[in-house]
Design a protein around this ligand. Structure first.
Ligand code: SF4
Length: 214
């Protein structure tokens, strides 16, 4: 069984796939507690569904792109069976993970969007660093949520230390909602000399920061 908070169709909001039609499978539960978490409603509740139930709901939305997210999707072992089933059925699968659970067992056909937790998240110590060495340059993306200048400097250090520009399809610099002057972070990114990408949480600009299921 999978513990599921919501399954819905929307547009992808936070990666190089932003703007594409996408079905989201949001699994319940996360052992982390990032200070700026915007999905605390996934920490509790949810509904227990069989793999078949989830697959049927995903099929009904008829989107080529499917994102398995949370919470922390990889905290549920059954998530691996879901990802494998989706890939086998021909969906293009994104797995958005908070970065503290190993990605070693994720179906190789899925694309990983991996968070690196910066200091202001309060969860920096739980980054699972081997995940960075598994990233694939043709498919996987890494995301830093930035809340202040210290986070930005930290991101630069990790990008250089792990040579993420050669390991990933994209390095995403994502300002936490309402935490920074966007012009300031745009200046940091543009002046960095790095092949990185500033990204905004598209869905929040469309539906507002508190909206769910969109
Ligand atoms: S890992 Fe994601 S879901 Fe978990 S607390 Fe952090 S932001 Fe929230």
């Amino acid at each position: 069984m999978l513990r599921v908070t919501e399954i819905f169709r929307s547009i992808q909001g936070e990666s190089t796939h932003a703007g594409r039609p996408c079905t989201f499978v949001r699994l319940t539960g996360c052992p982390m507690r990032c200070t700026w978490c915007d999905s605390e409603y996934t920490f509790t509740g949810g509904e227990y569904l069989t793999l078949d139930d989830v697959m049927n709901q995903v099929r009904a939305f008829a989107c080529k792109l499917v994102e398995v997210t949370g919470g922390e999707p990889l905290a549920q072992r059954e998530a691996h069976n879901l990802i494998e089933s989706l890939c086998s059925e021909g969906f293009e699968v994104l797995v958005e993970t908070g970065g503290f659970v190993s990605t070693a067992d994720v179906d190789a056909r899925a694309r990983i969007i991996l968070d690196v937790k910066c200091p202001a998240s309060g969860e920096e110590a739980r980054n699972h660093w081997p995940n960075l060495e598994r990233l694939r340059a043709d498919s996987d993306e890494v995301k830093f949520v930035i809340t202040n200048f210290e986070d930005w400097k930290y991101a630069l250090e990790i990008i250089r230390q792990y040579e993420l520009d050669r390991r990933t399809k994209a390095i995403l610099i994502s300002p936490a909602w309402d935490a920074l002057d966007l012009r300031e972070i745009a200046e940091w990114v543009s002046a960095s000399g790095l092949d990185i990408r500033m990204q905004l949480q598209l869905h929040k600009y469309i539906w507002g920061p508190e909206a769910r299921g969109v």
